[in-house]
Design a protein around this ligand. Structure first.
Ligand code: AMP
Length: 119
């Protein structure tokens, strides 16, 4: 076992829990959310265990940049980028934001018109 003990996304990164992975590189993987909230709902997850966006430090700058670049690639793969389309990137932090998995992840949501403000 690598990564943090008792961490669901560390288990998905190492492959012991299955996921529908659509994108992968040395720094991140991206897989479909098990409970999609939009036609495209993909989670971009760093291979390294970081608790959440509130715990990111300057040492994680390259990892966070890689997450954004991966999200751009996911949007292209899913056909939700472009001038007439669009997508939403979300990082939940803490109980008030309904953060349920304590491993940094970027939600990529799109494929329909998204309302604002979120619930
Ligand atoms: P958050 O609430 O921001 O922490 O997001 C966690 C997300 O992980 C939720 O949208 C869940 O639906 C999703 N999730 C939980 N378990 C799995 C899993 N095994 N595979 C894919 N997505 C999952």
């Amino acid at each position: 076992m690598s990564g943090a003990p008792n961490c669901l996304f560390c288990r998905i990164v190492e492959g012991t829990i299955p996921s529908e992975t659509i994108y992968s590189n040395d720094v991140v993987i991206a897989f479909r959310d098990i409970a999609p909230q939009a036609p495209t709902h993909v989670l971009v997850v760093p291979r390294a265990h970081i608790e959440h966006a509130g715990a990111v430090t300057a040492d994680d700058a390259a990892t966070v940049a890689a997450m954004l670049l991966a999200a751009q690639d996911v949007a292209v793969l899913e056909g939700i980028d472009g001038p007439d389309r669009g997508f939403r990137l979300v990082m939940n932090v803490g109980p008030d934001a309904q953060n349920s998995v304590a491993h940094l992840h970027l939600h990529v949501l799109g494929g329909r018109s998204l309302t604002w403000p979120p619930g």
